[in-house]
Design a protein. Structure first.
Length: 100
């Protein structure tokens, strides 16, 4: 993960190469491979979560957490934003939210 996302002005697609979950209470980490100018790079990120209300009709009865990217599997294609001056500085574009 990088600290300055503002410099990541270019985008490409990458392939999820690994997904590691250490259990219900632990974060899930995915690895994504992407290629820029013939050079392959890989990033690893914790899947971010969003809160979702559980309701019976209109009445909220609790909350659950869902991945902001939806369900991700090895082999899925995801969007990657990267720094054109330093392509190894990148992040998964749609993985924005709180840490799991």
């Amino acid at each position: 993960m990088i600290t300055n996302k503002k410099k990541c002005t270019a985008s490409t697609t990458g392939i999820v190469t690994n997904k590691r979950s250490l259990g219900i209470e632990e974060p899930t980490v995915i690895s994504v491979a992407y290629e820029i100018d013939g050079i392959e790079y890989e990033i690893k990120e914790t899947i971010k979560l969003k809160n979702e209300w559980i309701k019976i009709g209109f009445l909220p009865i609790g909350q659950r957490q869902r991945p902001v990217m939806g369900v991700v599997k090895v082999g899925d294609v995801v969007d990657v934003s990267y720094n054109p001056d330093n392509p190894k500085k990148a992040f998964i574009t749609n993985n924005v939210g709180k840490m799991s």
